[in-house]
Design a protein around this ligand. Structure first.
Ligand code: DGL
Length: 288
């Protein structure tokens, strides 16, 4: 942003209530937004999809951190006091640094929350065999965030992971219902289960993957619980807002949602219908 004001300069110390920011590299976060809205319909939401730079899942730590921070600062500059990283890759690679190193300098009263911790707290309760499987992007798997977080709360639980680099592109291109997608779904389900046959709980650790849930479940015995994150994150956010009235009063409540994308807004509006059961109108923004 050379020569221009940075988002950090625009973020004011104002306590004026603003929408809850929901961020993803692309469309996947819409699966989370949908459940959050069901749980908390009165709040206002500002969704940002960084579609111009998606996918994040195959990018390095530094790049995911830089892009995520830019998007978070952008959402703050638009009046959000609370931002949800509705993206596992960003939660795995950027959340901790943003919370610990950046927020104190940007505005210590603002908050950024991720999707990994609430998911881990839920699946820890669900598994009886204490063997958990994870499907995620290569970035999330490489970060080791899920095994590390699970280790912290239940060291006796083992986690095996399977990176699925093709699943996000198939979904983003609306190819996930076709036979071509079956090959990639079967391949990764087989790989995961061959790593540990005692798995009874599988985390869909990418916010795009709920769109493949039916296909995945068809390949697994009924005894295996396939867990997507929307409802978990929504309940966890509701709980957070109950426990943090000082943040709750900074979240405006008119029941509105705006959708922003760093790519073509027409394309976003039509592709969003794959993820949401309604028509939307997106707006283009430049984030850098
Ligand atoms: N939806 C993102 C996640 O939950 C990943 C998509 C991407 O690779 O950009 O990890």
């Amino acid at each position: 942003m050379t020569g221009k004001k940075s988002y950090r300069d625009i973020i004011s110390a104002s306590n004026k209530p603003g929408p809850i920011g929901v961020f993803d590299s692309g469309y996947g976060g819409l699966t989370i937004l949908d459940e959050i809205r069901n749980e908390l319909p009165k709040y206002d939401y500002l969704y940002l999809g960084d579609n111009a730079r998606t996918p994040y899942g195959t990018r390095s730590f530094d790049v995911v951190y830089k892009f995520t921070l830019q998007c978070v600062e952008f959402l703050f500059s638009q009046g959000c006091h609370l931002v949800i990283l509705a993206c596992n890759t960003a939660s795995a690679k950027a959340l901790r640094s943003i919370q610990q190193n950046d927020l104190p300098n940007i505005d210590p009263s603002r908050r950024v929350l991720g999707v990994i911790r609430p998911t881990v707290e839920e699946v820890e309760q669900l598994t009886t065999s204490k063997h958990i499987g994870l499907f995620a992007t290569p970035g999330t798997v490489l970060s080791n965030s899920y095994p590390l977080e699970i280790q912290k709360i239940s060291p006796e639980i083992s986690v095996v992971s399977e990176a699925c680099p093709m699943w996000v592109p198939l979904i983003e291109n609306n190819e996930h219902k076709d036979e071509g997608a079956d090959y990639f779904v079967k391949k990764h389900v087989k790989n995961l289960m061959s790593k540990d046959s005692e798995i009874d709980t599988i985390i869909l650790g990418c916010t795009h993957y709920p769109l493949l849930k039916d296909k995945i479940e068809q390949l697994l015995p009924d005894s295996v619980n396939v867990v997507s994150q929307g409802e978990i994150v929504a309940k966890s956010l509701a709980d957070y807002l109950r426990r943090h009235p000082e943040m709750d009063i900074k979240c405006s409540k008119n029941g509105t949602t705006r959708y922003l994308t760093t790519e073509n807004p027409g394309k976003f509006s039509s592709s969003a219908s794959i993820f949401l059961d309604k028509d939307i109108q997106a707006e283009n923004v430049e984030v850098e």
